[in-house]
Ligand binder design. Structure first.
Ligand SMILES: Nc1ncnc2c1ncn2[C@@H]1O[C@H](COP(=O)(O)OP(=O)(O)OP(=O)(O)O)[C@@H](O)[C@H]1O
Ligand SMILES: [Mg+2]
Length: 247
């Protein structure tokens, strides 16, 4: 692990219902900027994130700033400063925007950073009293990311934050992640390669529950043959243009 590594995952394995979902994921999250976690549908990206957070039974090693966390329960991992915006956004539909944010406040994590969240997402302030279930997909994503920025986190993990969003909203969410990453390192699961190209310095590619590639993001994205082999670009839902995202 280099001094520039915030999170070091080694030989992460996840077994669910007798089935090996992950069998040897290695990844490093850089201490600065965005590290992208890539791979085709079903490669094991979400399971890796859930494994890091302790949301699924796992083995191997997950070191945060050098400290082993693989045996810790999820709340203890979160308390060490890991913010998570899950794939399904995890927004409470029946609660207002303000209530969703308030629920995310973590005691002992300092004063919640509402000024930052409202600066990045002015709409969340305007819509504070709106039930979150009536927000658009992009607005719900803003709640999910906003929650991770409220507390003084050391790492933010965002699982496909641009999925299913209109191109204009994809750009907005990417801008916010870019700004968030100036303050806190981000592990970004992302299928939109234009977003990866714009934000990520490093990338990790999973295939069939294992790490298949690690390296600089621009190197992979600049190598059409490798991108096709590892990511299936041109044969799947992966796109290199934000305009290809649906609404
Ligand atoms: N709880 C579970 N029980 C059984 N199989 C599971 C479970 N969770 C995940 N899997 C399987 O593990 C594999 C990896 O799933 P995962 O959700 O991690 O993939 P992913 O890379 O996030 O895919 P996507 O890009 O579609 O989000 C899939 O084949 C999935 O069906
Ligand atoms: Mg997933």
């Amino acid at each position: 692990m280099s001094a520039q590594t915030l999170l070091a995952v080694r030989d992460l394995r996840v077994l669910i219902g007798g089935r090996h979902i992950l069998h040897g994921v290695d990844l490093d999250v850089a201490a600065h900027g965005v590290t992208a976690l890539l791979g085709r549908n079903g490669a094991g990206k979400t399971t890796t994130v859930r494994g890091i957070l302790g949301l699924v039974p796992r083995s191997g090693s997950v070191r945060l700033d050098g400290e082993e966390t693989v045996a810790l329960p999820t709340h203890a991992v979160v308390r060490r400063g890991v913010g998570y915006a899950p794939e399904d956004r995890g927004v409470f539909a029946g609660l207002t925007v303000a209530e969703n944010l308030r629920l995310a406040e973590r005691r002992g994590a300092g004063e919640p950073a509402y000024a930052l969240v409202h600066e990045l997402f002015p709409e969340l302030k305007q819509r504070a009293r709106q039930p979150a279930g009536t927000l658009s997909g992009g607005q719900q994503q803003m709640v999910a990311i906003g929650r991770t920025l409220l507390n003084a986190n050391r790492l933010i993990i965002a699982d496909e934050p641009t999925k299913g969003l209109a191109p204009k909203v994809v750009t907005e969410v990417a801008q916010v992640l870019e700004r968030a990453a100036e303050a806190v390192p981000v592990l970004l699961v992302e299928q939109n390669l234009a977003v990866v190209r714009r934000l990520a310095e490093h990338c990790v590619v999973l295939a069939d529950g294992r790490t298949a590639h690690r390296g600089p993001a621009d190197e992979l994205l600049g190598d059409a043959e490798a991108a096709r082999r590892l990511l299936g670009v041109g044969h799947g839902p992966l796109s290199t243009h934000t305009a290809e995202a649906d609404s």
